[in-house]
Design a protein. Structure first.
Length: 319
């Protein structure tokens, strides 16, 4: 059994998609359709930069999706390998869940692009710049990360400060957990991390504290947008970030995507659940971020990344 998986924010880079676009009419069609849906030259930004503009959440989210879907389009339209024939499940990390749903035809491509543009803007607007932060705790599992986040909040309260948000945002793999919340609380967690058992803690260069309760205004925006969006039953079930359970009902997908904005990304649990369901190969499209995580979570499975034309040819030759 096989799962097709799709990366999240942080996998963007200037130059992304250019080689695929030059080599493949199928990829070119995806990039053009996304540009038309958004009414902007997103592909030009992806290939030429500047990097700081591409990194803006409202641009990075649809760009990463477009790159992943263009890669899949080459595989499907030019190599004749269909998702419904080769994949039993799909999943994605944060915004990658939208890519996964578009790949499985739950959303059409223009709808996915517009939803991600809106999602990026709403997440950026939810918290004033500078008030939130995120940090990666390395060498810390979920329980340890929760302890560190809670200790930071308690320490601030003990000093007479107000109760701040600091919570786990991404349970990525057994050795990497990301926390999110008010900047003061996250910075305190970073300061406490080593003495509480983490090997290292690193503040992340992000513009907002994603996947925490501070994102509730963005969740409200997406609730309204998804209520109007057309969602079909996907070709194969999607493992949702919020509960690491396979779903295929359009109503359940809508609820999961709203909850995902403020909820923890349960990537480790999702991979374990897919492996328990019988998945023995994970195929990442458009990035090389999730593949090493999968190997750390489930060392016995096969995990590969498809980014280049050569990767596509290799996959076709072996599948």
């Amino acid at each position: 059994m096989r799962a097709f998986i799709f990366p999240g924010q942080g996998s963007q880079a200037v130059g992304m998609g250019k080689v695929l676009n030059d080599a493949s009419p199928a990829a070119r069609a995806v990039f053009q359709e996304v540009d038309e849906a958004l009414g902007q030259h997103l592909f030009r930004l992806m290939t030429d930069g500047p990097a700081d503009e591409l990194t803006l959440t409202e641009n990075a989210q649809p760009a990463i999706m477009a790159n992943a879907l263009a890669t899949l389009a080459v595989l499907e339209r030019e190599a004749g390998v269909s998702l419904s024939d080769k994949a039993d499940y799909v999943a994605g990390h944060s915004l990658g869940e939208y890519s996964a749903l578009a790949a499985a035809k739950a959303f059409d491509l223009p709808t996915t692009a517009r939803l991600l543009k809106l999602r990026g803007r709403a997440m950026q607007a939810a918290v004033p710049v500078g008030e939130g932060a995120m940090a990666a705790l390395l060498g810390a599992d979920l329980d340890k990360a929760r302890t560190i986040a809670g200790a930071a909040v308690d320490a601030i309260l003990a000093e007479g400060g107000e109760e701040l948000v600091c919570t786990v945002a991404n349970d990525n793999d057994p050795s990497q957990v990301v926390i999110s919340g008010h900047r003061a609380a996250v910075e305190r967690a970073v300061a406490l991390a080593k003495e509480l058992g983490a090997k290292r803690a690193v503040l992340l260069p992000v513009s907002a504290p994603f996947h925490c309760p501070l994102m509730q205004p963005a969740a409200d925006v997406m609730d309204a947008a998804l209520a109007e969006a057309s969602i079909s039953a996907p070709l194969v079930p999607v493992f949702a970030n919020v509960d690491a359970v396979a779903i295929a009902d359009p109503g359940a997908i809508r609820v999961a995507l709203v909850q995902q904005v403020t909820g923890m990304v349960r990537w480790r649990e999702s991979v374990l659940a897919m492996a328990a369901a019988g998945v023995t190969q994970f195929v990442e499209f458009g990035g090389k971020v999730l593949t090493p995580m999968v190997k750390r979570i489930a060392p016995d499975v096969d995990a590969i990344s498809i980014v280049t034309m050569n990767d596509i040819e290799d996959f076709v030759g072996k599948s």
